[in-house]
Design a binder for this molecule. Sequence first.
Ligand code: ASP
Length: 336
Amino acid sequence: MIPSVRNIYRKAGNVFLLLGTSLLLTSCYYMMDKGEDGPVEYMIAVHGGAGSMDAEMPEAMQQAYHAALRQALLAGEEVLKAGGTAVEAVEAAIRVMEDDSLFNAGKGAVYNADGQHELDASIMEGKFHTAGAVAGVRQVRNPITAARLVMTETPHVMLVGPGADAFALEMGMDPVDSSYFWTTRHRTRYQEALAKQGKKLGTVGAVARDRDGNLAAGTSTGGMAMKKYGRVGDSPVIGAGTWADNATCAVSCTGHGEYFIRYGVAHELSSLMEHRKWPLERAANHLVMQELKTMDASGGLIAVDTYGNIVMPFNTQGMFRGYVKEGQEPLTYIFK
Ligand code: ASP
């Protein structure tokens, strides 16, 4: 029997009703299961330092930086994808850059005026405002991990010099000999700098938001080339080079550290958002492109806010940087 047109419509209507109901029930179940506070999109951003980099940088060199940034992003993303915390992701991403001599952190740390390496790092999470930092370490391969251990294993926020080295070793971190930090590239730079008393900027950092909506930030550096023995920059200073607050943002800075300390840049970003109710982008641009720029303070920052917005402003020729959001491909940049 050939069904009448009316019957076909009725049957199709029933199928749609059934589909609609099951769709509604599935979404109800999903909402009940996860609640309104269910998982949010995760994301991570990294920087590898801002500075006056040569726009004529050889293509191969540029590609090497892009690849290194991508590797750091993927390391952080892997943690977030598996449900890890923002702090764990930040640490993982920074460790990759610390192990890569392209960056001025860990292995690639610059020489100070005495021909030595003194490394600084800090990390902070935005839920409870816990933080850890080390400054002037000489025997630690991954200062960001030492900073995380200060945060989780001690009642303190910052350890410096030989005490910080000793603590890291007590915690089971492998000591490295000073020769580990000798890289031909920086050695040559050091000799050139000795001659010219030049300055070199460069540092690594990461900011992340995990699936629970928690924010974290971390920064690691060899400091400024030819810095005075004992000099500490903004990178290990909570509120200057690093800051995280779930209510506002997580931020990692890079640039002329003394200015970032004097103007408490990382915390100032959070304050502008909290007290002036400025969105992340406005606050970040104001600080980097106006406040710092008028003082001739070169540098930049990367930041992520509660809503998952990412900003990466800098007032220098370039800043090695990139980010990846859940389900997307990592994007990396060097120049404007
Ligand atoms: N901010 C770092 C410092 O002053 C250097 C940099 O970011 O390039 O130690």
